[in-house]
Ligand binder design. Structure first.
Ligand code: NI
Length: 187
């Protein structure tokens, strides 16, 4: 089922999402939610989606880099479901990538983040995993993990750039959004 995507200005995007209890969580319910998130993401031509973006304040995200495999061949099979992800280690070295977000339509900005990181998380089968991410795959995961703490990529841009996008952001928060996928704004 394709779900509406909550946009900039929605309260849920600013909440700190809660951990899923891996003992009591309903596996079937989570796998339905994950399927809906992938469907919603593909429909909007996105490469990542975090649960708060569909109005669920839980620590769950999905990424699929297949779409960008022309520019980043290493991402051809890069598809992950991550529950309760925690950063274990980050590189001192930073990387710059242009980011965009389905919750912030039609805005792209360069953002600096650590180049690589090691993350602990539970996968779609509720198995605990540890994985090191690098390059654009790392960036996709970092962007989505940020959503779980109520942060958006526009929080990280330079003050000058922020000034330039301010009007656009205000318009999105006022409900003036133009996107070909369904959006939702709940303050
Ligand atoms: Ni995003």
């Amino acid at each position: 089922m394709i779900l509406p995507i909550y946009v900039y200005g929605s309260g849920v995007l600013r909440e700190k999402a809660v951990e899923l209890d891996m003992v009591t969580a309903d596996k079937e319910e989570i796998s339905r939610l994950v399927a809906d998130m992938f469907e919603t993401m593909y429909n909007a031509d996105g490469v990542g989606l975090a649960a708060p973006q569909i109005g669920k304040s839980i620590r769950l995200l999905v990424v699929d880099g297949g779409e960008c495999s022309e520019a980043f061949p290493e991402l051809k099979d890069f598809k992950r479901v991550m529950i309760n992800p925690v950063v274990l280690e980050e590189s001192d070295e930073d990387a710059v990538f242009a980011e965009g977000c389905l919750s912030v339509p039609n805005i792209h900005c360069d953002v600096i983040r650590p180049k690589s990181m090691r993350v602990k998380y539970f996968d779609e089968n509720f198995n605990e995993r540890e994985e090191t991410f690098d390059g654009f795959g790392c960036r996709m995961v970092q962007h989505e993990m940020d959503h779980l703490d109520g942060n958006l990529f526009t929080d990280h841009v330079t003050p000058i750039r922020k000034k330039m996008i301010m009007t656009k952001l205000h318009n999105i928060a006022k409900g003036k959004v133009s996107s070909y996928y369904r959006t939702k704004l709940v303050k």
